[in-house]
Design a protein around this ligand. Structure first.
Ligand code: ATP
Ligand code: MG
Ligand code: FE
Length: 332
């Protein structure tokens, strides 16, 4: 079974062909990062326009790279939400038009299900499974008892992890996207500042990153007022230590509490070296296998959308012609 995946939820225009949900045949991604850099973040209107310009080119590339034709495609999977509505609409409309013209089943996919399924290219899932989702818009702990079923057991009460990284990066005058920049700086610094960790009450599996973010602002501000300069690398290392500590500890607790057979990490922040290292340390020798996607599959791509779409396809789930971009789509 070959699924064509399409992803346009944010600032990557992507198309990919995946075999049986686990084998990448082609994976084309056109990133818009350079166009958004000078604004310090993603500008929705610019994102939509770029998607319109890129979508057919990226689709062509996916077919060329695969050396395949439309006849060989069994279904079209597309990110239905969440994301920027104008950006999502480009992918959704392209998928609908193509599904109609080529007479292929249409499958709407939740973007975060896609991030989760980026892990299945490496290893088959074992249930119950715990997924730590850390991306630009989400920080969640999700329990899966079977393919395509998602139970939310923890989520952020304010900022997402990636959002916190990007905001702290901006305070340090680093270019967008800030996550990789902080990661790089952190490796050169010392954990010399004790930033707060939001554990929240009663063993909660929820997250909160607004406290550590404010603490970074205050620390920089106070140092400036005293005429001191803090090393940016030390701020980055200390901030990262706080975020990684909370993410690792809560993931570990949840894995124990639910007696899971596998833990996986998903979303752009799973590219973070500090987080990867810390989770590997925590789970090595624990008897619980840890799955982390290869770096190029951590951030947005369409292979992961095709992989998640394959599960829907197998389960007989199809979308109708009334499918619409849904910026607030729930994972369930
Ligand atoms: P969502 O998936 O929630 O809809 P998104 O698609 O915008 O949001 P992703 O593309 O999955 O998010 O991830 C982008 C985020 O990951 C950005 O916030 C970016 O700063 C962060 N990120 C990427 N690489 C790293 C890294 N090495 N360390 C920390 N953060 C990183
Ligand atoms: Mg992105
Ligand atoms: Fe994403």
């Amino acid at each position: 079974t070959y699924i064509l995946g399409i992803e346009t939820s944010c600032d990557e225009t992507a198309a990919a062909i995946v075999k049986n949900g686990r084998e990448i045949v082609s994976n084309a991604v056109a990133s818009q990062i350079d166009s958004h850099k000078r604004f310090g973040g993603v500008v929705p209107e610019i994102a939509s326009r770029h998607h319109v310009e890129q979508i057919t080119l990226v689709l062509e590339e996916a077919f060329n790279e695969a050396g395949m034709t439309w006849e060989q495609i069994d279904a079209i999977a597309v990110t239905e939400g969440p994301g920027l509505v104008g950006a999502l609409l480009v992918g959704v409309n392209a998928a609908k038009a193509l599904a109609f013209a080529k007479q292929k089943p249409l499958i709407g996919v939740h973007h975060i299900a896609g991030h989760i399924y980026a892990n299945r290219f490496e290893q088959e899932f074992a249930f119950p499974l715990l997924a730590l989702i850390v991306s630009g818009g989400h920080t969640e702990l999700v329990l899966m008892h079977e393919h395509g079923s998602y139970e939310l057991i923890g989520e952020t009460r304010d900022d997402a992890a990636g959002e916190a990284y990007d905001k702290v990066a901006r305070m340090l005058n680093l270019p967008y996207p800030g996550g990789p920049q902080i990661d790089r700086l952190a490796a050169e610094g010392c954990v010399s500042i004790d930033f707060p960790r939001a554990w929240l009450k009663d063993g909660s599996l929820d997250f909160s990153f607004s406290g550590v973010k404010s603490s970074v602002i205050n620390t920089i501000h106070n140092a400036t007022q005293r005429g001191e300069t803090l090393k940016h690398a030390d701020i980055a290392a200390s901030f990262q230590a706080s975020v990684v500590d909370v993410l690792t500890t809560k993931t570990w607790k949840a894995a124990q509490a639910y007696n899971v057979k596998q833990v996986l990490v998903a979303g752009g922040v799973s590219a973070n070296q500090g987080l990867r290292q810390s989770l590997q340390n925590q789970f090595s020798n624990s008897g619980i296998p840890l799955l982390i996607p290869p770096l190029k599959l951590c951030t947005d791509n369409a292979a992961m959308i095709a992989a998640a779409g394959f599960v829907n396809y197998q389960q007989g789930k199809r979308s109708g012609w009334d499918m619409n971009a849904n910026p607030a789509l729930m994972l369930n």
